[in-house]
Design a protein around this ligand. Structure first.
Ligand SMILES: Nc1ncnc2c1ncn2[C@@H]1O[C@H](COP(=O)(O)OP(=O)(O)OP(=O)(O)O)[C@@H](O)[C@H]1O
Length: 303
């Protein structure tokens, strides 16, 4: 197994607060990996440690084999980070910004790749526009472009689609998915769990500075998500008492959480025996949002 990012027992304190309380995980080369968690869980702190912007109090982080503290320069060159905050120099144009960023990595004559990134991110028409004249969504695209100028094998995207319109969001995911197919390792944090479910092969969930779940997206969905049956009774029919405790009233219908799809049969049988007539029935599949809420409310460590 080729490990792209190795995180071992990382701790980070801010005063009395333990932002990271011993995080360990390995991310394999070529993975599209999701780092999820509620506000304040420690995602950005972990990314800052990975990018060498914050120094861990304990533990080790390596990117493509390079320790981020003792081999910081090499670790920085193999990593591209799209930060959450919109930080940029307002006096330069988009192209100048990307040339300067290339210069930081000692890359000259990078215009072919810069043009390609600009085209992929729909920024070609803005190449000669000053950064301060761009809209918030366009500035965010430039941050993505900046992270890619040196073609790093590992890209970290910290909430890249916050405040970004639907079209760019789709364009961005197409581009990042292409880079991932071509071999780049992608680490994504997002609060849009539908995006994480669609894109990430494996997911770690953080809570209060600890990893509380770490598994493939498919396994997380299979283990934690449940189905739900939504039943609408014919006018005048009432729900039998035997089912009332389990039922959640929802817009004139009743929702039942099912541990497995086979729970449907006895539920429908109870309704039939009680003489209830069904006006409508819907079987709903749980998604990553259900899994996330389930794990976050479970309280304990799951991994
Ligand atoms: N520079 C700092 N000084 C003091 N506390 C900090 C600092 N940076 C982060 N924290 C605290 O560390 C904890 C983790 O914050 P972090 O930004 O890593 O969370 P996050 O998971 O990225 O949250 P979000 O989803 O809101 O971006 C929070 O309680 C935060 O207030």
């Amino acid at each position: 197994m080729d490990v792209a990012v190795s995180i071992q027992q990382v701790e980070k304190r801010f005063g009395a607060l333990r932002a990271l309380a011993g995080v360990s995980l390995d991310i394999r080369a070529g993975e599209f990996f999701g780092l999820l968690g509620p506000n304040g869980a420690g995602k950005t702190t972990l990314i800052s440690c990975l990018a060498g912007l914050a120094r861990p109090d304990a533990g080790h982080l390596r990117v493509m084999g390079h320790d981020v503290v003792s081999d910081a320069g090499a670790a920085r060159r193999v990593l591209g980070v799209v930060p959450q905050e919109l930080v940029f120099d307002p006096f330069f144009t988009v192209r100048e910004t990307l040339r300067i960023q290339s210069g930081y990595f000692g890359i000259r004559n990078n215009d072919d790749w810069i043009d390609e990134i600009l085209a992929e991110l729909d920024l070609t028409a803005k190449a000669d526009t000053n950064m301060r004249r761009l809209s918030g969504g366009m500035k965010r695209r430039v941050l993505v472009a900046q992270a890619l100028v040196h073609k790093p094998p590992v890209i970290v995207l910290d909430e890249p689609t916050a405040g970004v319109d639907v079209e760019l969001r789709q364009g961005l995911w197409q581009f990042v998915s292409r880079l991932n197919r071509e071999g780049q390792t992608v680490i994504l944090t997002t609060h849009y769990l539908d995006e994480a479910q669609a894109l990430c092969g494996r997911i770690a969930m953080l809570k209060e500075g600890r990893v509380v779940a770490l598994d493939t997206t498919a396994n997380l969905l299979a283990r934690h998500s449940s189905h739900a049956l939504v039943v609408r009774l014919a006018a005048g029919d009432t729900l039998p008492d035997a089912l009332r405790e389990r039922a959640i009233a929802e817009d004139g219908a009743w929702r039942f959480r099912l541990a497995t799809p086979t729970d449907i049969e006895p539920l429908l049988a109870t309704l039939r025996v009680a003489g209830c007539r069904l006006a409508d029935v819907q079987l709903l599949q749980g998604d990553l949002e259900d899994v996330f809420l389930d794990i976050m409310h479970a309280g304990g460590a799951g991994a």
